[in-house]
Design a protein around this ligand. Structure first.
Ligand code: SF4
Ligand code: SF4
Length: 382
């Protein structure tokens, strides 16, 4: 397993992590087995919205002797009521729900207190001008949450949240299908078939801008819905009409700017294994470019998606990284210091490009790589 820094926190998390799906409808013994296996695979990061109480208690029991081995993203504002999960902004319910989470997990803190599911402007206003954000800040002061996070499906709202400066971690729905759709306050738009019937081209600019903002501000993105609820793994169900593998979906997410970890929606150990194999997979096994280059009706053309399919460069240049750093500077209109440092650390730089065109031939998305290398030299100076 490989690990990445969770943005501006000092926490390292596994690139492949888990949601709480795998714990639901299992006995305590089965949860213990699942958690132990996940830990043995190197997984150290879990997202907990308010699943059924039994699953949370079973997880607490399973980690009681090694709490510190786990990084927990625990949701605020999601509660269990009348035998079902509910989102709430009523502060009494929010407080009771969080205290219940701590008690069931047998811990006195969670690493990230995740403000749950903010997709509309009205809800954003209620959360950020009202009692919820005040409560999150109070919890942080008390050490009951180490960092504040927010989950969303709407790139416009997520950006506003990041711009408050209060959010260290964003849980966001990312996969190549959702990335083509414009922002919406209605999450159902992400999986409505009719939204994929018209021709769609390239990653939506608001989504791209969100990822670039997070990378610049060092806000960690953790990913939900990487497989589109499983639809992307099935040619019959995928809006693209072709199936992707779990490794290709994970690699797509982990090559977006700002992304540090993908919450694999694994219900079984076998499903989790398919995802954790990511760390040992070959570039060919992870490569999503051949799939995205041929999806019927939709196209990713002319813009770099940072897939790395054009490698190897004859001069050893990491074209995907050079393009990513260049795009971050163009989006910002300046060179952020962290990007300058990351560029400097590359083994080879754009100025070494001899315009041989070999990578251009390999890029399935018709990116004008030679011009991109020249642009990088213009920006970074070498
Ligand atoms: S230039 Fe093309 S092949 Fe290379 S990383 Fe970008 S999109 Fe992928
Ligand atoms: S055109 Fe430049 S970046 Fe592409 S393979 Fe040749 S030297 Fe490398």
């Amino acid at each position: 397993m490989k690990y990445r820094k969770l943005g501006r926190t000092n926490i390292n998390v596994s690139e492949v992590s888990i949601g709480c799906e795998g714990l639901i409808d299992k006995s305590d013994e089965q949860v213990q087995h699942f958690v132990d296996k996940a830990r043995n695979m190197g997984v150290n990061f879990i997202d907990f919205y308010s699943s059924n109480p039994q699953a949370r208690s079973a997880f607490g029991k399973a980690i009681k002797d090694h709490r510190d081995d786990w990084v927990i993203e625990g949701h605020l504002c999601s509660v269990w009521k009348n035998d079902q999960y509910l989102r709430t902004r009523k502060i009494d319910e929010v407080k009771a729900g969080f205290e219940d989470l701590l008690e069931r997990l047998k811990t006195d803190y969670v690493d990230v207190g995740m403000i749950h599911y903010v997709d509309s402007q009205e809800d954003f206003d209620e959360v950020f001008t009202g009692e919820v954000i005040a409560y999150a800040l109070e919890l942080k002061k008390q050490g009951k949450i180490k960092h504040i996070g927010l989950s969303s499906h709407n790139p416009m709202i997520a950006r506003k949240a990041i711009e408050t400066g209060l959010i260290d971690v964003l849980l966001f729905s990312i996969n190549p299908c959702y990335d083509m759709l414009p922002a919406s306050e209605n999450v159902d738009d992400l999986w409505a078939d009719e939204n994929y019937e018209k021709p769609l081209t390239n990653i939506d600019s608001d989504r791209q801008a969100l990822y670039e903002l997070c990378e610049r501000e060092n806000v960690a993105i953790t990913v939900m819905k990487a497989f589109g609820g499983g639809d992307l793994l099935d040619a019959q169900l995928s809006p693209f009409g072709v199936s992707m593998t779990p490794l290709q979906c994970i690699h797509y997410c982990l090559t977006r700017p700002g992304v540090v970890s993908v919450m694999a929606g694994a219900h079984t150990i076998e499903e989790l294994q398919l995802s954790t194999f990511y760390s040992d997979a070959t570039n060919e096994e992870k490569d999503y470019a051949p799939i995205l280059a041929h999806v019927p009706k939709h196209s990713f053309i002319g813009n770099c998606v940072y897939c790395g399919h054009c490698a190897p460069c004859v001069k050893g240049i990491d074209v995907a990284s050079v393009n990513k750093f260049t795009d971050l500077c163009i989006a910002q209109g300046m060179i952020p210091e962290t990007v300058r440092e990351h560029y400097k650390l590359l083994a080879h730089h754009a100025s070494e490009c001899i315009a041989c065109g070999s990578c251009v031939h390999n890029c399935p998305f018709q990116v004008d790589i030679i011009s991109k290398m020249k642009k990088a030299v213009e920006i970074f100076g070498y």
